[in-house]
Design a binder for this molecule. Structure first.
Ligand SMILES: *Cc1c(COP(=O)(O)O)cnc(C)c1O
Length: 512
């Protein structure tokens, strides 16, 4: 077949483009190309001496822009070589012990293998007739997670989602329908009066969800936290009562089991007790996107006591179960609560199929076509087992506790509070400087801490995060790598102090 010159490939393409498809005729190409890809990644991992190269986005953008997407290379090995410098070389590597920034984990090898299988077979978990065993594996894992939560595994249900954001949206959608009851003319007025209670440190996706669900702008009532950054149960009780006095309708409480910044676990049992005493039912959602890993912890499962009383729970397997992005689930204590988002389409999952007992997961999902993300958790449990996952999570929680101790005795730093999980929030703030400044007002300390963070990245020393506490800039370690040591932490702290004090040296009156 003749093509215009500019479309000529660098190496001959197969005579028939169908030869690129993964089918019965393809095993040789598939095995060869997969092996190349695996080698490209493993050799990069072996050479990786820092979690990031600190590459500048403007530089990298030029290289990505220079690729002629209308000029295929025709050969996977060549494309992988190109990818090496466009992506693999400068990617951010979460497996590196000095990646200390966000809720990203090194991934379990069985899970990576499972992802490759899931992509190759390409099941879609919306209907039984597109997935067969995939649907049953997902259902077993939902039941397994429900049992770990303390739900009755035969009466509960749930669905895998793309992440905590979607799980929270799904949960609040069910809660909204629960609060509104059957559709009627009063629905719109009813929507405006619904209130959702969440701590000041709850994830922003709660607010996103209430917006998408048509609730009013001030639908989320912020409940203050205590000195350990946990939701104050007394304040929750008062806030619910105040809302009722104002003629508003408490729709849901979102308790967080592991806040993103502080890894704080709200008092789940007390919250459940408060909700039980309400005159009208209030939905209890537990956002355990981060703390869900405690479900397999050999030593710390008790931190989730009370979670079994929730209506719904979010668990992100891609955070504390060492799974690749993305794998999350929403779980509900009573299967029939999923009905609020149930729908049937004639072309996909007609009612007669549900009546015949055919398991079509799309019946209760917000997504239609859906990746077989459950497979990676399955293979992880079948190869490593749940205890091994929990041991790893416990290890990073221990490490965070040790880092907190270390910071507490170091006069160069100020640390906010001990975490229930694996974060540490602190800032460079030498005692002698703090004594001379009433607040961070001048922004001097803020700038010094941000400069230290930027320098760590730019010099490819470590990747850390930052956040704001009471208006001041703080730095954050999120520890999810069991291979990170306390020596790594101590060394990174020395580097932070070095960068921050160098920054302050430009302002001698404060630095001296
Ligand atoms: C990360 C996180 C989320 C959002 O989850 P995604 O998987 O990133 O969508 C929600 N809640 C909490 C507490 C989180 O830490």
């Amino acid at each position: 077949m003749s093509q215009p010159a500019k479309f000529l490939p660098s190496t001959p393409l197969p005579a028939d483009p169908a030869d690129f498809l993964l089918d019965a005729a393809a095993p040789a190409r598939y095995e060869h190309d997969m092996a190349r890809a695996v080698r490209a990644v493993s050799s990069r991992l072996a050479r990786c001496t820092a979690p990031s190269t600190g590459v500048d986005h403007a530089d990298l953008r030029l290289e990505v822009a220079a690729v002629d997407l209308d000029h295929p290379l025709g050969d996977t090995s060549r494309a992988l070589r190109e990818l090496e410098h466009l992506y693999l070389r400068d990617a951010v590597y979460f497996h590196h012990p000095r990646y200390l920034a966000h809720l990203n984990c090194p991934v379990a090898t069985p899970a990576v293998v499972a992802d490759a299988v899931a992509s190759a077979v390409n099941s879609s978990l919306d209907t039984w007739d597109q997935s067969a065993g995939g649907t049953l594996i997902e259902q077993r894992l939902i039941a397994w997670t429900c049992a770990r939560l303390g739900f009755d595994a035969t009466a509960s249900d749930g669905i895998f989602t793309s992440g905590g954001t979607q799980s929270n949206l799904h949960a609040l959608c069910l809660a909204r329908e629960h609060a509104l009851g059957a559709p009627d003319a009063g629905r719109i007025q009813g929507l405006a009066r619904l209130r959702v209670f969440a701590s000041a440190d709850a994830h922003f996706s709660v607010r996103t969800a209430t917006g998408l669900l048509g609730l009013s702008e001030d639908a989320v009532v912020t409940v203050p936290v205590d000195e350990r950054r946990r939701m104050r149960a007394d304040a929750l009780q008062a806030a619910i009562a105040a809302a009722r006095d104002d003629g508003l309708v408490p729709m849901a409480v979102v308790a967080t089991a592991g806040t993103t910044d502080f890894g704080a676990i709200d008092p789940l049992r007390e919250i459940a007790e408060i909700l039980q005493r309400q005159p009208d039912p209030v939905w209890m959602h537990v956002d355990a996107a981060y703390g869900g890993g405690l479900l397999v912890s050999p030593g710390r499962r008790a931190l989730l006591d009370g979670i079994e009383r929730a209506h719904s729970v979010t668990v992100d397997f891609h955070k504390s179960f060492f799974q690749p992005v993305s794998a999350s689930a929403i779980l509900v204590r009573r299967a029939e609560w999923m009905d609020a988002a149930r729908h049937h389409a004639d072309y996909l999952n007609p009612m007669r199929m549900a009546q015949a007992g055919i398991p079509n997961q799309v019946d209760k999902s917000l997504q239609t076509t859906r990746r077989f993300d459950a497979l990676k958790l399955w293979l992880t449990l079948r190869v490593m087992g749940a205890d091994a996952v929990g041991v790893l999570f416990d290890r990073v929680i221990d490490l965070a506790a040790a880092a907190y101790e270390l910071l507490g005795t170091d006069p160069r730093f100020e640390v906010v509070t001990a975490s229930d999980l694996s974060t540490v929030v602190f800032r460079y703030a030498p005692a002698r400087m703090v004594a001379r400044m009433d607040t961070c007002a001048a922004g001097t300390l803020d700038d010094a801490n941000l400069a230290a963070r930027a320098a760590l990245s730019a010099n490819a020393e470590a990747v850390i995060a930052s956040t704001t506490v009471d208006g001041c800039t703080f730095l954050k370690f999120t520890l999810l790598n069991p291979r990170t040591t306390l020596d790594d932490i101590a060394d990174v702290l020395d580097r932070i102090a070095g960068h921050a004090s160098a920054h302050l040296a430009a302002r001698p009156s404060l630095a001296s």
